[in-house]
Design a protein around this ligand. Structure first.
Ligand code: ZN
Length: 191
């Protein structure tokens, strides 16, 4: 789960090029162990595996009621997690409270993290996109409510929160190409 910061029309890279590790903001102190080695990273609560863990945490049976078993080998695991998330979404839309709560909880933590960002950066808009963006509508209400509740003063007044569907996987390549073109056509007086 990453973040691209565009500040004053320029991509912000940070002092060592590492800016934007949004998924590794601490969302729950002492929480779930993250793949990065820390505990309580946001990604462990709002990624596919995070949402599934939210569901299992509150399901007394501690099992998934789905057809798709979770596969532990890495690449296949990501694909089967996506299928399980689709099944969990269907369950939530069908009125299953536990499933709905799994998404709501993710939305709340995402809302707090976004509010913290907005309070620091005061951006014009936030665009949610990427391969997991189809889950965003299920999280949107809780995410937006918590985001608005936690904004300082007038910072949310003109803030736009947009969910953009992912249009093919070439978006990243297009972004990289745009960066190159941007440098290529820069005025000589502005090296
Ligand atoms: Zn982490």
């Amino acid at each position: 789960m990453g973040l691209g910061l565009v500040l004053n029309g320029e991509v912000y890279h940070g002092s060592t090029g590492g800016a934007g590790e949004f998924g590794h903001m601490v969302a729950v102190p002492g929480g779930r162990r993250c793949e990065c080695g820390k505990r309580g990273c946001l990604e462990e609560y709002i990624s596919f595996r995070g949402i599934i863990a939210n569901y299992l945490e509150h399901n007394y049976k501690k099992t998934l009621p789905f057809n798709t078993p979770l596969d532990s080998s890495s690449d296949r695991a990501v694909r089967s997690e996506e299928r399980v998330i689709h099944e969990l979404l269907e369950l939530a839309l069908g009125g299953d409270e536990l499933a709905a709560q799994a998404f709501e909880h993710s939305g709340e933590l995402m809302g707090i993290a976004l509010a913290n960002l907005v309070n620091v950066l005061n951006p014009e808009s936030i665009v949610l996109t990427g391969e997991g963006v189809f889950v965003a509508p299920a999280m949107f209400q809780s995410m937006e409510a918590v985001l608005r509740q936690n904004l300082f003063s007038q910072l949310g007044k003109n803030l736009r929160l947009l969910v953009e569907p992912l249009v093919g996987y070439e978006s990243w390549a297009r972004g990289a190409a745009a960066l190159v073109l941007h440098r290529f056509f820069v005025l000589p007086a502005h090296p």
